[in-house]
Write a protein that binds this ligand. Structure first.
Ligand code: AMP
Ligand code: GLY
Length: 418
């Protein structure tokens, strides 16, 4: 089967890396891919949000399955367009992707179905938001309801900060239309975990849990980022908690969609806070996590193409997913300045030659080839994933590899997995 992967990040490289191991894969195409994916298939230049382009590539290259990585094309209806054209795509339709693309909708679903989440109010009028916030004296979080490239949540220490955040979103439109509606919610305390499931209709297959590290600096300091590293399995979550999350988050959420006649096929990702009162949902995403995917998929022993294929065909319940017992740890190497402004076009040296080892993979996120050299092209540049019998083994190999790789201004967390 020929497969098309949409996207250009570390997540998409990890998806390609695992698809490339499938004996059923013929040719792999990536729109647009990066300097890492080009060794696994054919990169097709273009905008990953261009639905017409994706359709024309799928027809031209006789694609049997398209895997849509990022949220933007999903929210814009790429899967719907593929279905209308009689083509197979893995990823939810636009109405289903609203769980991520519209946080006000997600809150409404959670409230109606008693899914544990932070108490929240939704506003599109600044004066009403300000009035409400000024009556609160607990710390709040203000979120743009729409897609804001993972930057739309502002965690505030006191109500005056929350009023400023509301003003920035509703009046100054710092997140554009994504901030035309905001969610103001109570700030939760606890440890964060990401739980991801592959979903097909009523079948929910929870993936091995992964621990993301969103803060830029060691010891969880500095600003929030897209994620500076991850490891899997995690020790923060026990079997009872996993069971609770499945029963009280995933099952009722999918049930709510089914009742609205929405068929979900794709990844459902719940970002959760493990609070003293139990796990509560911070957000839903409608796609694989990044960097979580870079530690979860390398541990999946079952053929990823079989799994995604079964999900699209509605026979996920017939698949048994097996996991590698080893631990995986991914260190993200980022550009100097990230998550704010950063330079691009800087040459990368020291990449390992044997990049396809069973215990090591260097996933490219923000890279491209220019004049025959691999250069930086994004904020998160590489994800170095190592596997080991213990977390310490995985950590040692990941950091040994990271230390060989150089580009000007490179920075990474040194405390992952400690
Ligand atoms: P979100 O985009 O909703 O996942 O928010 C991004 C990050 O903001 C999360 O990963 C948390 O670290 C933090 N966050 C979001 N909502 C809350 C909340 N209600 N309480 C505390 N922290 C939050
Ligand atoms: N690692 C966070 C995300 O994928 O949204």
């Amino acid at each position: 089967m020929n497969v098309l992967v949409i996207g250009s990040g570390g997540r998409e490289h990890a998806i390609c890396h695992c698809l490339a191991r499938s004996p059923r894969l013929d040719q792999l195409f990536i729109l647009p891919g990066n300097a890492g994916t080009e060794s696994l298939g054919t990169n097709i230049p273009g905008d990953p949000n261009d639905i017409e382009l994706a359709l024309s590539v799928a027809r031209r290259e006789n694609i049997g399955l398209t895997v849509i990585g990022p949220e933007d094309p999903l929210a814009a209806g790429m899967t719907d367009a593929f279905q209308e054209a009689g083509l197979r795509a893995f990823g939810p339709t636009a109405v289903a992707a609203r769980l991520e693309a519209d946080k006000a909708y997600a809150k409404q679903v959670m409230r109606q179905h008693a899914i544990p989440t932070a108490e929240a109010r939704v506003f599109d009028d600044y004066d009403l938001a300000r009035q409400y916030i000024s009556t609160r004296d607990e710390p709040l979080v203000v979120k743009a309801a729409g897609l804001a490239k993972g930057k739309g949540a502002i965690v505030c220490d006191d109500p005056s900060d929350a009023i400023i955040a509301a003003e920035k979103m509703l009046r100054q439109r710092v997140f554009g239309e994504a901030g035309a509606t905001i969610v103001v919610e109570e700030r939760l305390e606890g440890r964060e975990v990401s739980m991801l499931a592959i979903v097909s209709g009523r079948t929910i297959y929870l993936l091995e849990p992964a621990q993301d590290h969103k803060r830029l600096l060691d010891h969880d300091e500095g600003p929030n980022t897209g994620g500076m590293g991850a490891f899997s399995p995690t020790t923060t979550i026990d079997a009872d908690t996993l069971h609770f999350i499945e029963e009280h988050v995933f099952v009722p959420t999918i049930d709510a969609l089914v009742r609205e006649n929405i068929h979900y096929c794709g990844v459902l990702y719940a970002g959760l806070m493990l609070t003293a009162a139990g796990p509560k949902v911070l957000e839903f995403n409608c796609r694989f996590g990044d960097p979580e995917t870079q530690v979860q998929l390398p541990r999946m022993k079952t053929d990823l193409l079989d799994v995604l294929d079964a999900a699209v065909d509605g026979r996920l319940d017939q698949i048994e997913i097996e996991w590698d017992e080893r631990h995986a740890l991914c260190v993200v190497m980022a550009s100097g300045g990230y998550p704010d402004k950063y330079p691009t076009g800087l040459p990368i040296t020291g990449l390992p030659d044997d990049a396809n080892r069973d215990d090591l993979a260097v996933f490219h996120a923000g890279t491209k080839r220019a004049d025959g050299r691999i250069v930086t092209s994004g904020g998160r540049v590489l994800g170095v994933t190592a596997l080991g019998d213990t977390l310490a083994d995985a950590r040692r190999l990941a950091y040994e590899t990271v230390e060989q790789i150089r580009f000007e201004g490179a920075h990474y967390r040194r405390d992952l997995g400690t």
